[in-house]
Ligand binder design. Structure first.
Ligand SMILES: *Cc1c(COP(=O)(O)O)cnc(C)c1O
Ligand SMILES: [Zn+2]
Length: 413
């Protein structure tokens, strides 16, 4: 049994029973927050009951999730989450920080943060008996859904823009999903997935639109919380977390995870959450800067494909993740993003452009005085550099091609 009570609209506050709605608020289209029975969880569990668990995946937080155990314990579905957090002393010194960490989400089964959402979605699909799950994706959400679905024999249909990086398309195909490449933008694919779901009775995973994506993504906050109990100790300034933002669902998920812990009385201090957007895809940052919750669509142009979004599907909650935690939004340009891929590479982390964006945001925030040297900082790398090697190659000088002789080696040293 789980502690799933229903939903609450993030805009009008109206509550719905689990069987009353599936996606967004029928009244105003607002994103729905999943409500858990916090009292029941509190009564049954103490934080130690969670932190002593042996599962090294996001399923260690099952008591805090709105789904039941989906089975398939020895499949990739059960390898999502529980990613490592590295200390980055060389970059900390360079930036003048006392403490800098990176949580590396590229270590997920399909190499991005999106596995967290897709694992929970596949579990939910099993519960409601969905035969087919469909999603729109810039690539990673689709790869995650395709991979998690393949692991348990679930059918998946993916719509991705035809411009998606080839490695992501290869993943979709290798995992055996029904893949259709859309001659249009990510936003066109989003609309198509909703239409197809309605027409064919498929279960739609679309990021933000489906309330369960946040429930998967929040598990990263649980891991950061658990890690911080040891790594930060007592009496520290709040952790500052940098998150790259496209649809705004990862940052909303992180915020939801910390809010869940707060409701349980398990959180000492709410971290400060800072959203980072590319200048060419800044719909949420624009609203933040204008001081409004009204999100105006833009025409996205960034080469960080995973965060290239015209109309964010989770914009309002993404704004609140920053405004309600003392955080903010910062903007970075594509050159800074590409440079950050190389910076992270030199300390042993290989990030795709949208993954390196969080680090670029940290550099920008320091230059604006938003982060001080004694602020403990955690940067999220949301995706692997192997997802988009063409972008990576823009960050480095080409290797020389040489004759197989020592003279040639000497000439090139
Ligand atoms: C999806 C994605 C993001 C952005 O997440 P949103 O929920 O769209 O804000 C960032 N980085 C990577 C690698 C992603 O795949
Ligand atoms: Zn509503």
């Amino acid at each position: 049994m789980n502690n799933f009570l229903g939903y609450e609209c993030s805009l009008c506050g109206k509550e719905y029973a689990p069987e009353e709605v599936t996606y967004t608020c029928p009244t105003d289209g607002g994103n729905l927050n999943v409500l858990l029975d916090y009292e029941a969880i509190k009564e049954k569990y103490h934080p130690d009951d969670i932190t002593c668990r042996t599962e090294t995946s996001l399923w260690r937080y099952l008591p805090l999730l709105p789904v039941s155990n989906p089975g398939g314990e020895e499949t990739p579905l059960y390898a999502a989450g529980w990613t490592p957090t590295f200390s980055l002393p060389a970059l900390a010194e360079k930036l003048g920080l006392n403490n800098l960490w990176l949580k590396d989400e590229s270590r997920n089964p399909t190499a991005s943060f999106k596995d967290r959402a897709s694992a929970i979605l596949v579990a939910r699909a099993k519960e409601i008996g969905a035969e087919v799950i469909v999603t729109a994706s810039t690539g990673n959400a689709g790869a995650a859904l395709a991979g998690m679905s393949a692991a348990v024999g679930q059918k998946a249909v993916i719509f991705a823009p035809k411009t998606a990086p080839v490695a992501k398309i290869a993943q979709l195909l290798i995992f055996g999903a029904e893949v259709m490449l859309v001659d249009g933008t990510y936003d066109d694919a989003v609309e198509l997935a909703v239409k197809a779901a309605n027409e064919f009775g498929w279960y739609c995973r679309n990021t933000g639109y489906n309330p369960f994506t946040v429930e998967g993504k929040k598990t990263a906050a649980f891991e950061i919380w658990e890690w911080s109990l040891k790594a930060l100790g007592e009496n520290t300034k709040p952790l500052t977390i940098f998150v790259s933002v496209g649809d705004g669902n990862i940052i909303s998920g992180i915020h939801k995870g910390f809010k869940d812990l707060e409701k349980l009385g398990w959180l000492k201090q709410m971290p400060r959450i800072i959203g980072v957007q590319a200048e060419g895809s800044a719909a949420i940052a624009n609203a933040y800067n204008a001081g409004t919750e009204e999100i105006t669509p833009i025409s996205a142009t960034t080469s960080a494909d995973s965060i290239s979004v015209d109309m964010p599907s989770d914009g309002v909650r993404a704004l609140r993740a920053a405004t309600e935690t003392g955080g903010q939004y910062v903007l970075v340009n594509d050159e800074a993003i590409i440079a950050s891929i190389a910076e992270l590479g030199r300390v042993g982390v290989f990030a795709e452009p949208a993954g390196a964006t969080a680090y670029a945001g940290l550099v920008e925030a320091i230059s604006k005085g938003v982060v001080k040297s004694d602020d403990p900082v955690l940067v999220l790398n949301t995706g692997s550099g192997l997802k988009d090697v063409n972008a990576a190659l823009k960050a480095v000088v080409q290797a020389p091609i040489i004759e197989p002789t020592l003279e040639a080696v000497k000439a090139n040293l």
